[in-house]
Design a binder for this molecule. Structure first.
Ligand SMILES: Cc1ncc(COP(=O)(O)O)c(C=O)c1O
Length: 390
């Protein structure tokens, strides 16, 4: 497909003619089908492309707005907060919230979820240092800047998980200050999981008394919760707030996420009645009312068991990929319990065709729900007999 040039897309002073509108419609149709066709090659990005919500198109003909708190209602009556709360409840139970209840809302993605978690932590402990591993998602250093928090970067072990002993020594120097720790549950590059109980123990051993533990489970939360060997990631494991992605394992045409927090900690940030008749206890003012409906629809369709099956299938395909890439002599590295496989990078053109990102100079494949054995077989066929790229 020819990528449209800036001049093809320029917006003029005059309204578009009917022929112009027909041409634009054809252009948009082409782009949409190209984007959908790319599912056959998209094996590097941690997003689920196996989605189809077109039957929910009526929601595209109305402005929904979940302004303000997800709890209660709003003076703007065209909202979907009841669906949002059902989505939050599902994840609160999955994350082991005490009595199954947590504060939570649908965000515009993992970054906002991390921002909310760190904000709640900073409001609890205004003098806190923000600790995160060197493999933390790039949103976290930015959040430290936004919140004007001192960031202490903690080295990782050879698997890419935070080294708890290094965390302890970093905390020891600041033990009279609060500590907001971002533990990554599934690092973006390697799927590495920081050990929440070990993080807790490190904080206690360092003598830090005021802590807030935020689990960035945007990528790895569903794997940690629903995989065959569950990993600590939730409230029962000491998390005070948790980020989960909506467009990764679940799937959504627009980026979105979920954030959860212990309700008593959110009381600190709440402005009563400030947002269109609702309390203000979210980052955004006007908030997306579409994603909660889509996420609810998908979760309702799948049920918890459907999510378990989805996660297990992703892990199976990752094992399949590692085994096939081994046969091709590509030295795959497949960390246990993850859907991430790193392997010797092919040519730049092939990486582009297959949407393969690079991690430490290696190609990064991630078996999201739309990735099948067929994707892996076609990739391996190309690897075995590389096309003359260009
Ligand atoms: C571990 C982790 N945290 C946070 C994010 C940020 O999510 P978003 O891009 O939705 O803001 C990502 C995205 O890849 C991620 O992998």
């Amino acid at each position: 497909m020819r990528v449209p040039l800036a001049e093809d897309l320029a917006i003029a002073d005059e309204p578009r003619t009917s022929e112009g509108l027909a041409a634009d419609r054809a252009l948009l149709d082409d782009i949409a089908s190209w984007m959908r066709d790319e599912r056959a090659y998209s094996i590097g990005a941690p997003v689920n492309l196996d989605i189809d919500y077109r039957h929910l198109a009526p929601f595209l003909a109305v402005h929904g707005n979940n302004a303000g708190s997800p709890c209660g209602t709003s003076e703007y009556r065209l909202h979907t907060k009841h669906f949002e709360r059902a989505v939050v409840d599902f994840f609160a139970i999955l994350a082991g919230a005490p009595s199954g209840a947590a504060f939570g809302y649908v965000t515009n993605g993992g970054t906002e979820s991390n921002l909310f978690g760190a904000f709640v932590g900073r409001e609890r402990h205004p003098d806190a240092v923000l600790y995160a591993s060197s493999d933390v998602h790039y949103s976290v250093p930015k959040i430290a800047r936004l919140l004007r928090m001192e960031l202490a970067t903690v080295p990782t072990d050879r698997h890419g998980a935070m080294d708890p002993r290094a965390l302890e020594s970093a905390c020891r120097a600041n033990r009279h200050r609060g500590a907001v720790v971002v533990a990554t549950i599934g690092s973006t590059g390697r799927g590495a999981v920081d050990d929440l109980p070990a993080v807790h123990a490190a904080l206690a051993d360092a003598g830090v008394e005021r802590t807030h533990l935020h689990a960035d489970a945007a990528f790895g939360g569903p794997l940690a919760a629903l995989g065959p060997s569950p990993r600590p990631w939730g409230f029962a494991d000491g998390a005070d707030s948790i980020a989960i992605s909506g467009h990764k394992m679940l799937g959504c045409p627009v980026p979105c996420g979920i954030v959860l927090a212990r309700p008593e900690h959110v009381d600190n940030i709440r402005e009563q009645g400030a947002a269109v008749g609702a309390d203000d206890d979210t980052i955004g003012g006007s908030r997306d009312a579409l994603s909660p409906v889509l996420l609810w629809h998908e979760l309702r369709r799948l049920g918890r068991q459907g999510m378990v099956d989805r996660v297990h299938e992703c892990l199976r395909i990752a094992e399949y990929a590692a085994e096939r890439l081994e046969r091709r002599g590509r030295h795959p590295e497949h960390p246990a319990g993850t859907n991430t496989v790193l392997f010797d990078a092919p040519s730049q053109a092939m990486c582009e065709r297959w949407h393969l990102f690079q991690v430490d100079g290696r190609a990064h494949l991630v078996t999201m729900p739309h990735v099948t054995e067929d994707h892996i077989d076609r990739l391996c066929a190309e690897l075995g007999d590389p096309p003359t790229d260009g």
